[in-house]
Every structure is written in structure tokens, then in C-alpha cells.
Design a protein around this ligand. Structure first.
Ligand code: NAP
Length: 328
């Protein structure tokens, strides 16, 4: 496994991270199995993966509980990045909440579920337009001063909102949608995005010594060798991604097919090419590939054993140029 650091996060982070949304439990992704999910986390640690991205809202507490159980006595070997700012009520309706009192309640619940006394990276999942960011930052800075959290991160913030937050304290990570076919995406699952990952946020991240955490690095499975939309369960969250199911789905699928073909010419699986294309970029932190089977963990972790050569990166650029109409 290769490791990376960032000026604001000096400890080694594995180039291949583990995205824990697929640990949400049954009925969110396809074919979830708890025993397999736990084995996946443990195998990942065995293979040198030390960065796990999770959120309370993934399975409404389920993913954090599974991660906490799976890590158990391996907790000190890894960094846990969790999130805050999305809460749910008795009817499981999810809303934004960036108030100080909600954050203090949320962090305690996350610590219990994760079975730990600290969270390494604590990220605001989505901005809360109803709450002044100064109040939110005051709450997380207080948690940082107490050692409950170690680094502060933001996700899905506009650059202007991130600059504003950074006036209160250091922001160590930014998490945003970024993969081979979504460079500066304007929407995620139909939700407008107020940031441009590649052209706007990455330069900011590099300038400020942060780490960029690219979410959906495999385009929710499209950028792999085995994606088949026909096999998704009806409840699978990907059915709600218009880029996988809507009018443009065929264009994205065609671009993925050409990248898959290039991967076979290079002699590498597309998932590893997709991970290493991201990892090759300045400012990139762990590529938090989502997975929930041991087989996927083994395949994705192998990306940490090799790097794309410059002629391979150029060949990828050629394919992307050919499909520039779908790139957003
Ligand atoms: N901050 C945010 O708002 C936000 C939003 C989204 C995600 N995230 C984070 O980013 C992480 C990654 O994003 P994501 O999980 O949405 O999507 P992703 O990493 O792009 O894709 C994950 C899916 O790809 C498939 N897959 C993974 N490895 C594979 C392999 N080697 N071969 C074949 N299929 C493979 C699996 O699904 P199947 O096997 O079922 O096809 C897996 O669930 C999440 O887990 C979460 O931690 C954050």
C-alpha cells in the first residue's frame, strides 16, 4: 500500500481509503451481508488501508455501528473520518442541522456507535443555510480543543462558504464528488452542487495544505469491470442517480466502456485505474472507494501497489477528450 500526507494532516494516510456508505445495511445498496461487511473492513486493515470514511446518516447509524464493531481493537491502527450536520427524526426524516447543541449531541452518538473516544476527521456533511457557520465552527473547534475530534473537514461546501469557515479555524479536508467522468459536476443525485471539484476546489486545497477526499470515485460502481444496472435491487440508492438511470446514462456507460477497454490494454481493472487516476493528482487524500465485500476490498486495495505511468495518463486523457460532452 502507498501512503500520502497533507501539510495539515501529517500522519500517513493510505492512498486507497474505504468508503462506508455501502455498510448502511439492507435495502440501501445491493446484496448487503453483515458478516461480509465486517470481514471487508478487517481485510482492508490487513491490506494496509487505514482511512475509513463514514457518516451517521449512512443507514441511520448502521454504518458507524458496523465500522466500530469491525475495527474493535484495530481502532488505533486507522483514521476514522465521520460527519455531522444531517440528523433524522422519529419518522426517519433527514434534515440539516449545524447548530452547536445538535453537534454536541451528534458527536456523542457517533462516538458510542463507533466504539471510540475520538474521531480523527469530523466533516460537515452538507452546509446548513439556516445556521451561521461561525456557530458551527465554534462547536467543532471546542470539540477539537478537548481532543474529541482531531481535524475539521467540510463536504459539499461552496468555495465562498469554505473561505468563510476557514476564517474561524483550519479546515483540513474537503470532500466532494470527483471521478474520471465527473470533474466539475454540477449536480449529485439531482442535488445542485455549489462547488467545482477540479477547477476550483483542488487548487484551493493545494494552496492551503488540505487533503481532497473524492467521493463516488468509482461513479457508484460504473467505473468498474462488472457494473450492470440490470442487477440493482429496486431499493438500491443508485436508482436515484439520474446519471446512471436518466437520459445521459448511455453516454456515461459508453465512456466507461472505453475506459474499461483502455484498462484491459494497460492490463489493469478499471476500478484500479479510476482510483489511481485520482491518486495521481496533487492535493489528493485517500480515495474513499465504497465497498462491502472482501473481494472488492482486495481488488481496490491492489491499486495501492502500482501507479499510472505518464503515457497511461495521456491515454486516459485521450479517451476523456473523446467523451468530453459527458464530462461535467
Ligand atoms: N460527502 C458526501 O456527500 C458523500 C456522498 C457520496 C459518497 N460519500 C462517501 O464516498 C464513498 C464512496 O462513494 P460511493 O460509495 O457512493 O461510490 P463509489 O465508491 O464510487 O462506488 C462504490 C460501489 O462500487 C461497487 N464496487 C466497488 N469496488 C468494486 C470492484 N472492485 N468491482 C466492482 N464493483 C465495485 C460497489 O457496488 P456494487 O458491488 O453493488 O456494484 C460499491 O458499493 C462512500 O462510501 C461515502 O463514504 C460521501
Amino acid at each position: 500500500m502507498r501512503y500520502t500526507t497533507a501539510p495539515l494532516i501529517p500522519e500517513s494516510m493510505s492512498v486507497v481509503g474505504f468508503g462506508c456508505w455501502p455498510l448502511s445495511g439492507p435495502g440501501v445498496w445491493t446484496a448487503y451481508d453483515e458478516t461480509e461487511a465486517i470481514a471487508s473492513v478487517r481485510r482492508a486493515v490487513d491490506l494496509g488501508v487505514n482511512f475509513f470514511d463514514v457518516a451517521p446518516v449512512y443507514g441511520l447509524g448502521h454504518a458507524e455501528r458496523v465500522l466500530g464493531k469491525a475495527l474493535a481493537e484495530r481502532r488505533d491502527a486507522v483514521l476514522i473520518a465521520s460527519k455531522f450536520g444531517l440528523v433524522w427524526d422519529e419518522q426517519d426524516r433527514v434534515t440539516n442541522n449545524g447548530t452547536g447543541s445538535s453537534i454536541r449531541t451528534e458527536v456523542e452518538a457517533s462516538l458510542r456507535r463507533l466504539n471510540t473516544d475520538h474521531i480523527d476527521v469530523y466533516q460537515m456533511h452538507w452546509p446548513d443555510p439556516a445556521v451561521d457557520i461561525d456557530e458551527t465552527m465554534a462547536a467543532v473547534l471546542d470539540l477539537q480543543a478537548k481532543g474529541t475530534i482531531r481535524y475539521i473537514g467540510l463536504s459539499n461546501f461552496s468555495l465562498a462558504e469554505m473561505r468563510r469557515a476557514a476564517q474561524s479555524g483550519a479546515i483540513a479536508t474537503f470532500q466532494g464528488l470527483y471521478n474520471l467522468l465527473e470533474h466539475d459536476p454540477r449536480a449529485y443525485h439531482g442535488i445542485p452542487l455549489e462547488y467545482r471539484s477540479r477547477s476550483e476546489v483542488l487548487p484551493f486545497v493545494v494552496e492551503h495544505g488540505m487533503a481532497f477526499l473524492p467521493y463516488s470515485p468509482l461513479f457508484q460502481g460504473l467505473l468498474t469491470d462488472s457494473y450492470d444496472s440490470a442487477t440493482l435491487e429496486s431499493s438500491d440508492v443508485r436508482n436515484a442517480n439520474p446519471k446512471l438511470t436518466g437520459n445521459a446514462a448511455d453516454l456515461y456507460a459508453a465512456a466507461a466502456a472505453d475506459l474499461r477497454h483502455l484498462g484491459s490494454e494497460i492490463g489493469r481493472p478499471l476500478a484500479q485505474v479510476a482510483i489511481n487516476w485520482l491518486a495521481a493528482q496533487e492535493g489528493m487524500g485517500p480515495v474513499i472507494a465504497g465497498c462491502y465485500t472482501v473481494d472488492q476490498v482486495v481488488r481496490n486495495s491492489a491499486a495501492g501497489e502500482w501507479e499510472l505511468a505518464s503515457d497511461e495518463l495521456a491515454a486516459i486523457d485521450g479517451v476523456l477528450e473523446h467523451h468530453s460532452s459527458v464530462l461535467s
